[in-house]
Design a protein around this ligand. Structure first.
Ligand SMILES: [Ca+2]
Ligand SMILES: [Ca+2]
Length: 114
């Protein structure tokens, strides 16, 4: 008889929040603690991309952002064209889903978008 599998994860608690006043563009690291079913705690750091989907960090999501991601299409981690700033789903490659993610947030006609 197979044994029951206990849930591996009970809780992830972040020890600092991302502030709305944070204006940096790019990645920030947020410290956290992961606590398992048995109460064991592991410190970890979550990397959060503040720019996505505004990948060129100009405060708008428009065709320039779509082009910036599409220009790196098929680049993978380790490739000189790869940059995690444009890997919106974080799978270590720039693919169709990344292009679709930024295109879905495009705000045509807003804020002087080209
Ligand atoms: Ca932009
Ligand atoms: Ca990706």
């Amino acid at each position: 008889m197979a044994g029951a599998v206990a849930p591996a994860l009970v809780r992830v608690a972040f020890s600092s929040a991302i502030s709305a006043a944070l204006t940096a563009c790019g990645f920030v690291s947020v410290p956290a603690n992961l606590t398992d079913f048995w109460g064991h705690t592991l410190a970890l750091t979550a990397r959060v991309n503040l720019a996505a989907p505004d990948v060129n960090c100009d405060g708008r999501v428009n065709i320039l952002d779509v082009q910036a991601v599409a220009r790196r299409f098929a680049a993978q981690a380790g490739n000189p064209l790869y940059d995690p700033q444009f890997d919106l789903d974080g799978d270590d490659r720039i693919g169709a889903l990344d292009v679709m993610l930024v295109a879905s947030r495009w705000q045509p006609g807003g804020g002087g978008n080209p």
